[in-house]
Design a protein around this ligand. Structure first.
Ligand code: HEM
Length: 117
């Protein structure tokens, strides 16, 4: 399964942790994370990616539209975060097939996460 291709629970936890640490400090994306508890988003995003990759998890967080509406996220910010995720997938040695499949499953969320501008 894709879940296994991502390294299972531990692999996903590490990917999410590294991507969010970078997103919270990168000049292109950090403004949305000011005052936000990263540990809570890390746990929720890891659960979501576990579920999305056919792992043994059920995502119990908010919808993407509701959890991002206040931040008014721009397309450029979305693309920058996904770029960091892509780099972390490469750094973790995830196969191109698994990487592209994850990104393909995440892509439809863009319309709910990016604010209409
Ligand atoms: C494919 C892209 C993304 C996915 C899958 C995703 C997923 C998530 C998830 C699962 C949560 C937690 C929701 C909950 O626990 O109820 C969350 C929260 C959050 N996300 Fe994203 N996100 C994405 C893109 C972004 C981008 C581009 C930004 C900003 C640059 C961002 C900023 C935030 C912030 C600040 C929160 C916390 C909101 C709050 O607690 O008030 N996300 N995201």
């Amino acid at each position: 399964t894709l879940y296994q291709g991502l390294g299972g629970e531990a692999g996903i936890a590490q990917l999410v942790s590294r991507t969010l640490d970078r997103s919270a400090s990168d000049a292109r994306t950090r403004r949305s994370f000011e005052g936000i508890k990263l540990s809570a988003i890390k746990a929720s995003l890891a659960q979501q990616i576990c579920a999305l990759s056919d792992g043994p998890c059920v995502y119990e967080g908010e919808t993407m539209a509701r959890s991002h509406q206040d931040a008014k996220i721009r397309a450029s910010e979305f693309d920058a975060l996904v770029g960091m995720l892509r780099e972390e997938l490469d750094a973790a040695g995830v196969s191109a097939a698994a990487k592209n499949e994850l990104l393909r499953r995440l892509a439809p969320m863009k319309r709910d996460i990016v604010a209409a501008d």
